[in-house]
Design a binder for this molecule. Structure first.
Ligand code: MGD
Ligand code: MGD
Ligand code: MO
Length: 782
């Protein structure tokens, strides 16, 4: 049965361990299903072949880059799902909203909501009938303009951005918002790689990765920390497998045995598919405690220091890269002294690994001449994420592993243009140089005070300090922590505006006035006054390239994101400081402004004609250190004293388990494509808690039984999700895992990263309680 049809039917939950490799026939079958059930099959096949091709569109899936030289088919299973999901023929129009009240829609699952199809016309919430009703674009813009003009301060509005927005849309948006007068730019990055940006800016002077695609071919060792590329960045599996093939070390650090980090069969490789051959994607696999990565890294550094001292005594070649340290770094002695000050006992206790394992990881690191370290949400969504990422940088600096071919830092980004949006100025703490350059170019007084991030925006709306919320994409209500409080915060607003492609819970968690503004997606053809428009995006490797929509939009009532922003801006500011409508008639005019104000974008319009786009450059990769010291900084942070938060400890309740929240194979963030998680063997359900069998029994439950999950925090609020099935799973003792966004109500709004304020979605202290509802799921043996 097709996965899409499940939206209207009750699925049968099932759990059966998955034995195949990642990719392979499973992926091919899944692509075929997504394609056949998209209601647009033939058109979609044609456009899928245009994914990530020159002249085609950038995959709306993840931010992994592609080799600019390769002519391969460059989409993956989950990219195909993302494309098909967007390119549906089903429509959510006035008739749909006439049929369903908002209260009725609230009863539906996230899966059902998005499955209903593309939003096709602007709608306004009508409180009397509890329904969305059609509104003209002009009236919608006027309503927004009136609300914004009526605020006593521009800081009473929040302007959210999700990472799919193109460079052109993002630039226009930030220009409008700053001309309006605020830096309130909460964005998805605040919940994602914020810690990477903060940490790396302090360590190496630039908050982005330093490697490019080709570096993977020259690395002797690649470390993959807290990332599940088999599901979230499938195109990364090929370079990993190629690295293993040529004898490089691929070291995975992840508490779960993720299938994509074990074996991979290339679904676009005929011989491999026909012979059913698959290849390993790692040479070592370590399974840490949640939040234990910094201790592992510190342990590796401690081994390195020991070997360096041994080598000095024995007159053998040094372990550290002394030339690099002398020429390029500061603070190394402070760092070495915090290493000496960290005890082996604390390292082992916090890491969840044995000393032998940490030594093995250190040897693999020390043996490689060129090492790349990759990481994602398993590293960034902790309280001490900034310190952990700085420890990655410290370890890499010791051996000069930044700024030479085959070596470097690689925070693997999430949304396809989340990195580009930051480059364009979607930043609540904008760099002064950027503000100066806006002021020079546009001659208005740019707001200098830092704005709100996601968590601050929720507080501001909850307290009544913010009254208008505008979302450029995304699903704010569902992606954020402490869901009940976020809902309440949005409901408090005088106006909420969602610029969206698909129906989601943020349209239902609305303010007193609310608008849904339907926009074009990456796959749609975008026609403006001067003709068809391309947009541009930046991938994880700082490659900027253009993206051209290929499909006829479902309705002529949809508008492009830049056109919608221009409409809002004109209704609010008239034609100040630019003629908004003139700008969006031809996006190359926006790109000219980008070229004028953002370094690296000179001749922007020329450069994007280049097939494959252009490289923005990265100062750290060129060993230029844009830090106050002018050098790479060792950051001597201490390990956390206790991984469990003192506000959890303050309750006196001991956690039963520490839980992480993660993505299934059938979802894109809050977009749920289906109820299966193929590589983890789960079918037909999402309300599951992965727990070690011994823990299930220790806590007085049986595998397959249902439980309520309650999180532990000292503010007297109850945070509970009900009736989760306990799945006996291969997971380290004391840990649990569940799917985001179902468990977001459990993440306390105050549980955030030091220095990043990212919600700690990978570390939630929980208790299990007997559920009112009980039941066993069918546990079939393989
Ligand atoms: N198909 C698909 N692609 C996507 C997305 C999607 O939802 N679907 N989302 C996109 C976005 S926005 C992002 S940010 C990325 C997310 O990509 P990932 O970061 O891969 O996403 P998660 O599912 O959150 O996976 C986190 C991984 O970290 C591990 N982990 C959890 N806690 C720890 C820890 O303390 N230490 C270590 N070492 N590991 C830990 C988990 O077991 C899991 O394997 O993917 C992007 N691409
Ligand atoms: N517990 C927990 N919470 C998390 C995470 C976690 O791991 N655990 N991960 C966090 C991370 S890494 C991220 S990035 C955030 C994601 O947070 P968001 O980016 O806010 O969420 P998405 O689910 O990606 O947004 C999906 C919606 O975007 C809209 N959309 C899709 N394409 C387009 C487009 O082209 N244009 C416009 N305007 N709208 C579009 C659709 O209406 C769709 O419903 O969630 C965070 N929340
Ligand atoms: Mo993300």
């Amino acid at each position: 049965m097709s996965q899409h049809r499940q939206a209207d039917q009750k699925p049968v939950p099932r759990y059966k361990p998955y034995k195949g490799p990642a990719g392979g026939w499973g992926a091919l079958i899944s692509v075929a299903q997504a394609w056949l059930t998209s209601d647009n099959a033939l058109k979609n096949l044609r456009i899928m072949l245009k994914t990530n091709q020159n002249g085609g569109f950038d995959c709306p899936g993840c931010a992994w880059g592609d080799s600019p030289e390769k002519g391969l088919v460059m989409f993956c299973e989950n990219g195909a799902k993302a494309v098909n999901w967007e390119a549906t023929k089903r429509r959510v129009d006035a008739a749909f909203f006439a049929k369903h009240s908002v209260s009725q829609l609230l009863e539906q699952s996230d899966y059902w909501l998005e499955y209903q199809g593309r939003l096709t016309e602007p709608m306004r919430y009508d409180a009397e009938t509890d329904r969305y009703k059609p509104i003209s674009w002009e009236a919608a813009f006027a309503l927004i303009g009136n609300h914004l003009q009526g605020l006593s301060s521009p800081d009473q509005a929040e302007f959210y951005t999700s990472g799919r927005a193109s460079n052109e849309a993002a630039y226009l948006y930030q220009l409008f918002v700053r001309a309006y007068g605020t830096n309130n730019f909460p964005d998805c990055s605040n919940m994602c790689h914020e810690a990477s940006g903060v940490a790396l800016a302090q360590s190496v002077g630039v908050g982005k990765g330093t490697v490019t695609f080709n570096d993977f071919e020259h690395a002797d060792a690649i470390f993959v920390w807290g990332q599940n590329p088999g599901t979230n960045h499938p195109r990364m599996l090929e370079p990993l497998r190629e690295a293993v093939k040529r004898g490089a070390q691929v070291v995975c650090v992840n508490p779960l045995k993720e299938r994509g980090l074990e074996r991979f069969q290339h679904p676009q490789h005929p011989i491999e598919m026909l012979t059913n051959g698959d290849k390993p994607t790692n040479t070592a696999y370590f399974r840490p405690a949640l939040g234990g990565d910094m201790a592992i890294l510190r342990g590796m550094a401690k081994f390195l220091l020991q070997w360096e001292r041994d080598a000095q005594k024995a007159g053998e070649p040094a372990v550290f890269d002394h030339d690099f340290l002398n020429e390029h770094s500061v603070n190394v002695l402070d760092y070495l002294s915090v290493i000496d000050g960290t005890s082996w006992a604390q390292i082992v206790e916090q890491s969840g690994l044995t000393l032998v394992e940490i030594e093995q990881a250190a040897r693999m690191y020390a043996k490689g001449k060129n090492v790349i370290m990759c990481w994602a949400m398993g590293i960034t969504q902790h309280r001490h994420s900034v310190a952990t990422i700085q420890e990655i940088a410290n370890l890499m600096l010791l051996r000069g592993n930044i700024g030479r071919p085959g070596a470097g830092l690689c925070p693997v980004r999430g949304h396809s243009n989340v990195q580009g949006d930051r480059t364009m100025g979607i930043n609540e703490c904008p760099p002064v140089a950027f503000l100066d350059s806006l002021e020079r170019r546009f001659k208005f007084t740019v707001p200098r005070k830092n704005g709100h991030n996601v968590v601050e925006a929720i507080h501001a709306m909850a307290d009544g300090r913010a009254k208008v919320f505008i979302g450029l994409g995304g699903n704010f209500a569902q992606a954020t922590p402490d869901s009940n409080r976020t809902f309440q915060a949005l409901a408090n607003c005088d106006l909420t505006v969602q610029i969206s492609t698909k129906l989601n819970r943020s349209h239902l968690a609305h303010g007193k006035n609310a608008l849904i503004l339907p926009c074009l997606g990456r796959t749609d053809i975008d026609i403006q006054t001067e003709g068809a428009q391309a947009v541009t995006v930046e991938d994880s490797f700082s490659m900027v390239h253009s993206s051209n929509g290929q499909l006829q939009p479902l309705s002529n009532q949809m508008r492009s994101e830049p056109a919608i922003i221009a409409g809002i801006a004109a209704a609010t500011l008239g034609s100040q400081p630019v003629d908004w409508h003139w700008l969006v008639a031809d996006y190359s005019r926006i790109r000219d402004l980008i070229a004028d104000t953002i370094p690296g974008f000179g001749d922007f319009n020329e450069k994007i004609r280049n097939p494959g786009g252009f490289y923005l450059g990265n100062s750290a990769a060129a060993r230029r250190w844009a830090t106050p010291s002018g050098r790479a900084n060792f950051r001597p942070n201490s390990l956390p004293r206790d991984l469990v938060h003192e506000r959890t400890r303050a309750t006196g309740v001991l956690p039963d388990l520490i839980m992480q929240s993660m993505r299934s194979h059938d979802q894109y963030n809050t977009t749920i494509y289906g109820l299966n998680d193929r590589y983890r063997g789960v079918k037909g359900q999402r309300d599951v808690l992965f727990v070690n069998e011994a823990d299930i029994i220790r806590l007085g439950f049986k595998p397959g039984q249902k439980a309520d999950i309650v999180s532990i925090w000292d503010d007297g609020r109850e945070r509970r999700v009900k009736g989760f099935t306990l799945l006996a799973f291969d997971i380290p003792a004391g840990q649990a895992a569940a799917y985001y966004p179902e468990v977001n109500p459990l993440v306390p709004l105050e549980s955030i990263g030091d220095g990043s304020q990212t919600p700690t979605s990978k570390f939630v202290a929980i208790r299990l309680e007997a559920a009112s509802e009980t039941g066993l799921i069918m546990a079939k043996s393989a």
